[in-house]
Design a protein around this ligand. Structure first.
Ligand SMILES: *Cc1c(COP(=O)(O)O)cnc(C)c1O
Length: 217
């Protein structure tokens, strides 16, 4: 079933869009089933759950941290994390830089934005992102690489609203690209779209979808 789900989703997205299989709450056996079907990118939202799984699973898996990350947990994932989707403060970025340096790595990060109508403590506004990107500190960070943005649409049935929110994320991406990353080819990702809305997200310019339940349940 998992293999069929994966190929069904892949049929619906461009070949250059990345499918991150969100394996939170699912077990090692299910992840192995996806892995054996060729899936190499997996996403988790909790550091502790991620740590447990990393130890039990093949080490060519590329792990994505998609949930809120506390600064004091960065050290656990710094040795191996492939992409952190949820950067929303300069202090977190600073800690990622520090731990990446300790591990002699450069860690790829996405800036997380809040565009959904639901209340959330997490995610930046465009103004906050601009403040972050213009801060004096950021030029000193040698071991992080900001490769794009991430966001979530509201969990509603109104397709227009969801589409508009994805459009807003795409717009944020283009504003940042033209102001801060014009000559930086690494800044190219928009991580948006989940099980219920990934097709809309792709239409609005997503380069990376994060799909869980549609694969695993
Ligand atoms: C759980 C989660 C997903 C995947 O959600 P599904 O609806 O199961 O596809 C994607 N992104 C984030 C940030 C999540 O927490």
């Amino acid at each position: 079933m998992i293999a069929e789900n994966l190929s069904e989703i892949k049929k619906n997205i461009p070949t250059n869009a990345l499918l991150v299989a969100v394996s939170k709450t699912y077990g090692v056996a299910e992840i192995m089933e996806a892995y054996n079907a060729g899936q190499k990118h997996f996403g988790e939202n909790k550091v502790q759950e991620l740590q447990t799984k990393v130890n039990e699973l093949p080490n060519d898996i590329q792990w994505h941290l998609i949930g809120h990350l506390q600064s004091n947990k960065v050290k656990y994932i710094a040795p191996y994390i492939s992409l952190i989707h949820s950067v929303d403060s300069i202090s977190l970025l600073k800690e990622i830089d520090k731990q990446a340096k300790k591990n002699d790595r450069i860690i790829d990060c996405l800036l997380q934005f809040h565009v959904a109508q639901e209340e959330s403590k997490y995610g930046l506004t465009l103004a906050q992102a601009q403040e972050l990107l213009e801060s004096k500190e950021i030029v000193e960070f040698q071991n992080i690489n900001i490769v794009g943005i991430m966001g979530m649409a509201s969990n509603v049935d109104d397709e227009n609203q969801v589409r508009n929110e994805f459009g807003e994320l795409a717009n944020i991406f283009h504003v940042l690209k033209s102001h801060y990353f014009k000559f930086n080819a690494d800044f190219r990702h928009i991580s948006m779209g989940m099980s219920g809305d990934y097709e809309l997200a792709i239409e609005e310019g997503s380069t990376m979808i994060r799909v869980g339940s549609k694969i695993f349940s």
